[in-house]
Design a protein around this ligand. Structure first.
Ligand code: ADP
Ligand code: MG
Length: 393
């Protein structure tokens, strides 16, 4: 069968047998993701270029004949349950809300679900910016769909939108569409170019010699959410001011670098810098797609470096920890380029690396990063992996 049948799945099946005293019938999977380039562009109607990770959330399950859902979470060591006819936010089982929200979203779409008995487990680091939440939502979506015999009824983009709705409306986290989209639609050895305005998307083939090393700073992200809201407001202000000269623009997506320079006098310095990041970052995403398609990994690396500088100096969302992580990566042999990924302030940085040099980059991180920050990091080596799946066991 598929690559899903490894030791992790075997352990999950064993866990299920112990909990429910029978064997699971299905397994579903939703991967985490890392964004290669295109940061803080999503809410400006722009472009992003994420890849799905090998790290994922998996659910083994059996359909029930009623509408009860019983789930055991391996990582939390907790059971949770709910009734599909009485879904409400559970303040004592925060992880269960992603699953409940997904069920509600699917039923609102007109998909009649059945109850399930399930065990969930994932190795996407939680709360580190690699989107374990989207991985859980997407794995849940496929668990419910396959249990109800409804696999294949919804398109991938629709499933992604329903998952985003679950997170926005049920869990109450104001995320964009990128995470669910890539978790659903990623493909091995490909990145996914997403137009966050139209939701058009295109797989971009990544050369064989493109490996990724992700460094988790494990630094506090406490500043991230207030700064996120502030940046969004600054971008909106930039659009309003630019509209006095460019009445047709709806978002920073519609502004070119030349236009921004031509109308720079309309903007206070801080707003100009925020706009310059977004406008140049959108251009870098498209240049990066061209560079991948020409197999020019040196150019991809340069664009990633430029993205980090822009996020650090114009968008002001880097941190001592992220800068130290990126510097450690860049100092290693075989690293084409590196940048912070995700909203910033903490979380992860990603490096594009020549295959065979992943360990050298990891070694450099472990050597230099703790000295600069007093924090012991985590390092994940990966390549672009497949998006979600569900199948019979
Ligand atoms: P991120 O998406 O960046 O990893 P979030 O805070 O958005 O961080 O989502 C993390 C939350 O998602 C966790 O606190 C938990 O509620 C849920 N989650 C993620 N992975 C799992 C898992 N393996 N099992 C149960 N819940 C999980
Ligand atoms: Mg999340």
């Amino acid at each position: 069968m598929s690559t899903l049948f490894d030791d992790r799945t075997e352990e999950l099946i064993q866990e299920y047998r112990q909990r429910f005293e029978e064997s699971p019938l299905f397994i579903s999977r939703g991967p985490g993701r890392v964004n290669l380039i295109g940061e803080h562009t999503d809410y400006n109607d722009g472009f992003v270029l994420p890849v799905a990770l090998k790290r994922d959330v998996r659910i083994v399950l059996r359909p029930r004949s009623d509408r009860q859902v019983r789930v055991y979470s391996v990582e939390f060591g907790e059971s949770g349950s709910f009734d599909l006819d009485a879904v409400r936010f559970n303040p004592d089982r925060l992880w269960l809300n992603y699953i409940q929200g997904m069920a509600q979203s699917l039923e609102e779409e007109g998909i009649r679900l059945v109850g399930i008995d399930a065990v969930v487990s994932g190795n996407v680091p939680r709360g580190s910016g690699l989107s374990s939440s989207a991985a859980l939502e997407i794995a849940s979506a496929h668990a419910f769909l396959i249990a109800a015999g409804q696999n294949g009824v919804l398109s991938g983009p629709r499933i992604a939108q329903l998952a985003q709705r679950a997170e926005n409306q049920f869990v109450g986290v104001n995320c964009g569409i990128m995470d669910q989209f890539i978790s659903e639609l990623g493909r091995a050895n490909h990145a996914l170019l997403i137009d966050c305005r139209s939701l058009e998307y295109r797989l971009v083939s990544m050369p064989e010699e493109a490996a990724l090393v992700i460094g988790n700073t494990r630094a506090s992200r406490s500043l991230a959410s207030s700064a996120y809201n502030e940046r969004r407001a600054e971008c909106e202000q930039g659009v309003k001011l630019l509209q006095t000269a460019l009445p047709d623009i709806r978002a920073l997506r519609d502004v070119t670098s030349e236009q921004l320079e031509a109308h720079r006098a309309l903007l206070p310095q801080n707003i100009y810098q925020r706009c310059r990041h977004v406008v140049s970052e959108n251009e870098r995403v498209l240049q990066c797609v061209d560079a991948f398609e020409c197999n020019d990994l040196d150019e991809v690396g340069r664009l990633m470096d430029a993205s980090h500088k822009s996020l650090r100096d114009d968008y002001l969302v880097s941190s001592v920890a992220l800068d130290a992580m990126v510097a450690a990566m860049r100092g290693a042999e075989g690293c084409y380029g590196a940048r912070l990924t995700g909203a910033g302030f903490g979380g992860c940085a990603v490096a594009l690396v020549k295959p065979g040099h992943e360990q050298a980059v990891a070694d450099a991180i472990f050597e230099h990063y703790p000295k600069a920050t007093n924090i012991w990091p985590e390092v994940y080596m990966t390549k672009a992996a497949d998006g979600a799946s569900a199948e019979a066991i």
